[in-house]
Design a protein around this ligand. Structure first.
Ligand code: FES
Ligand code: FES
Length: 164
């Protein structure tokens, strides 16, 4: 049985990170409260909204549902660690161009999910995008502009003309 506040070593955005986690501490709380990685948002805190989405070993994960003690040795990427990647910059520019955010609270999770989609499928259609983002809720925009932004980014990354 795990002890409370046991040390956990993670790789966060390419750098080793030593944290301490109790039995019920989530990856989200460790990232935000110990490592100041605040791009992942605490929305519902119960696995519904997707605002806390990050990559763990290159797979999208809701960090509010992941217990930190179970993540020893995991390779974690948050939006902070992906911001400088050209594909993420293309996605962010497409979101801005399409007006795909208002308050922005859902946007980091949306970007992580969209990034993961495009890594595996550079030519998604709207249905693919909606499916990939189905676990990410947005209370502001509706989803039309978000889907358009991801399709726009995918086209740009393929070297195709961006729609006006
Ligand atoms: Fe994790 Fe909502 S905060 S799914
Ligand atoms: Fe506000 Fe999505 S832009 S929740």
């Amino acid at each position: 049985m795990s002890l409370p506040n046991q040390p956990v070593t993670l790789s966060v955005n390419g750098a080793p990170a030593d944290v301490r986690a109790g039995l019920h501490d989530t990856l989200l709380s460790v990232l935000r409260d110990q490592l100041q990685c605040t791009a992942a948002k605490r929305g519902c805190n119960q696995g519904v909204c997707g605002a806390c989405t990050i990559l763990v070993d290159d797979r999208t994960v809701r960090s509010c549902l992941s217990l930190a003690q179970n993540c020893e040795g995991a390779h974690i990427h948050t939006l902070e660690g992906l911001n400088d990647r050209p594909d993420m910059q293309v996605l962010q520019q497409a979101f801005a161009r399409s007006g795909a955010f208002q308050c922005g609270f859902c946007t980091p999770g949306m970007l992580i999910s969209a990034h993961a989609l495009l890594q595996g499928n550079p030519g998604p259609d709207a249905s693919d995008v909606r499916k990939a983002l189905s676990g990410n809720l947005c209370r502001c925009t509706g989803y039309t502009k978000i889907v358009a932004a991801v399709l726009d980014a995918a086209a740009t990354l393929r070297g195709e003309a961006v729609s006006p």
